[in-house]
Design a protein around this ligand. Structure first.
Ligand SMILES: [Zn+2]
Length: 538
């Protein structure tokens, strides 16, 4: 039986950017686009070229290999031609495969927000779609406030959708912009629209204001829509967008959908979903939701209790899908077995072959568990995990030994009465039996420490000349009686490799120093052995 194709449209970098506290840098956007492309979504909507410098630069070149790189913007303004609308021109010049226009579909908004006539709005939709197609871009139209518009003026909402379709929009996307529509309404309204816009040209963009964005997306699919828009981990304005991380496994593993539809995500892509979700949370500097469907660390955790033996014998009777399908793992509190096979898979990824029966594996697993209990998180710090594993199972040379360091932060008024803060670090290291002492000033204590540490490592300096710290994140964990600080550092080299390291301590400087040491040691290890940087992302 041939299955119908469902298209996944990711808007993490555009609608997800509306999340309070989320502001992606250009570097973040490049990394996330790559991650989404590898995962296998069909469209990556990157932002709003022309609206801000970051998005304009992001669209200076195509950022995806497979997924359609999509620019977002408004339809042509009333009273202007496409050629005379600077917003449209910015959009048409962006290096994108597709352009997704946002269009008003509710007559009330046309009047209040656009201040133009209903006809002018329709003309804007039609002309914009044609302009995109003429520029060689695939046109899409997001019909904003579609469901509220439909309830207020069904005829006009449908005319907007028909206008987009007839002008040549590849997809007409129905947006539940306020997020208040319920699944049965979505199903009914999408089925009605489907009489005008064929399902394979119809999309759904749901918000989570009633906690049902995923359910609404599935309702739209049942009614005929074949494109789903959503974000990683459901980020987005207010209560967020439809969570692709929940939708993808539902579509691929639940027979009601999996038997009828296929997506571009492979089983291998699905098996990386947990990793993608947690890496994304680390990038946002927030703790992953333990209870997230499919990918949360508690999603397949069972407290054995009186059912211990039954769970151990037949764990699948307690699980709705096999956790390894989504790259998660079973956690039955009385068994280590699942953790071990997961660890072996990680070690394979690092290029380390180890037999399942090797007793050192138990030691390493115990080590990781102890450290995780102390506050370490290796989901987002692959390079530190690889170092830990190699120290136990392989060997890591001691390239240098730090004998001690001191950091001084001074806040004072300078000669002209300005308040200044001055940071200086002194590091004593032993490199190949030779003692060296370096002093450096930085714009903060960690920066000063980093500069001092790397200032003079003798011959080793040649191997780390191109090392650059690109991100530094601090999280305070409330464990037991004292607050623990976890520092996550992202480093990069000239070849474009990026790797993540972690440090944990009750002292922020100590935690930072530990993550810095791992970052440098990882680079030295790979430089000295010539092995590929398997823990690093390209
Ligand atoms: Zn939205």
């Amino acid at each position: 039986m041939t299955r119908e194709r469902l298209y996944l449209f990711d808007t993490t970098l555009r609608d997800g950017q509306q999340t309070p506290g989320v502001d992606f840098s250009l570097e973040d956007k490049i990394l996330i686009a790559k991650m989404l492309d590898t995962l296998g979504v069909d469209y990556v909507e990157g932002g709003y070229p022309g609206a801000n410098p970051t998005d304009t630069e992001f669209f200076a070149k195509k950022r995806t290999a497979k997924a359609k790189f999509t620019a977002f913007g408004m339809t042509k303004r009333a009273g202007r031609s496409v050629a005379n609308d600077p917003g449209m021109q910015g959009l048409l010049q962006a290096e994108a495969d597709a352009i997704c226009y946002v269009a008003k579909a509710w007559d009330f908004h046309v009047e209040v927000a656009l201040g133009c006539s209903n006809e002018e709005n329709l003309e804007g939709i039609g002309d914009s779609v044609i302009a995109a197609a003429q520029a060689g871009r695939e046109p899409l139209v997001d019909c904003e406030h579609f469901f509220d518009g439909y309830k207020a003026n069904r005829a006009y909402a449908l005319t907007c959708a028909r206008t987009a379709l007839e002008a040549g929009a590849r997809w007409v996307v129905l947006c539940d912009t306020n997020g208040g529509t319920l699944p049965d309404e979505v199903e009914r309204i999408v089925a009605d629209v489907e009489k005008i816009v064929p399902g394979d040209r119809l999309g759904i963009h749901a918000h989570n204001d009633t906690g049902q964005a995923v359910a609404n997306s599935l309702a739209a699919v049942r009614a005929g829509a074949r494109q789903i828009q959503g974000t990683l981990n459901g980020i987005g304005e207010r209560c967020g967008n439809a969570d692709l991380v929940t939708l993808i496994p539902t579509l691929m593993l639940k027979p009601d959908y999996a038997d009828k539809y296929e997506t571009a995500i492979t089983q291998d892509g699905l098996a990386h979903l947990t990793h993608v979700s947690r890496t994304f949370d680390e990038m946002l500097n927030r703790a992953p939701n333990r209870q997230a469907p499919y990918v949360g660390s508690s999603a397949f955790a069972t407290k054995a209790g009186i059912h211990a033996s039954a769970i151990l014998k037949e764990p699948e009777t307690y699980e709705h899908v096999p956790p390894e399908k989504v790259g998660n793992r079973r956690r039955v509190m009385v068994s280590d077995q699942a953790g071990k096979s997961n660890l072996i898979a990680e070690l394979h990824r690092f290029g380390m072959a180890i037999d399942k029966a090797d007793p050192r594996l138990d030691g390493l697993l115990a080590d990781i568990k102890d450290r995780e209990a102390e506050g370490y998180a290796y989901e987002g710090a692959d390079a530190s995990l690889e170092l830990l594993a190699r120290r136990r199972l392989d060997k890591v040379p001691e390239f240098f030994a730090v004998e001690g360091f001191s950091v001084n932060v001074e806040r004072r008024f300078n000669a002209v009465g300005e308040l200044i803060t001055h940071s200086e670090a002194v590091v004593k290291v032993n490199v190949g039996g030779e003692r060296r002492m370096s002093v450096a000033e930085g714009n903060g204590p960690v920066n000063a420490l980093d500069l001092a540490l790397r200032k003079d490592l003798g011959d080793l300096n040649a191997m780390i000349d191109d090392l650059e710290l690109v991100d530094y994140k601090v999280r305070i964990l409330n464990g037991g009686t004292e607050a623990i600080t976890r520092v996550l550092i992202e480093s990069r080299d000239a070849a474009g490799h990026r790797w993540f390291t972690v440090g944990v301590s009750s002292n922020i400087i100590d935690a930072s120093f530990e993550a810095l040491l791992d970052a440098i040691t990882y680079k030295l290890l790979k430089g000295s052995t010539g092995e590929p940087m398997t823990a690093a992302a390209e």
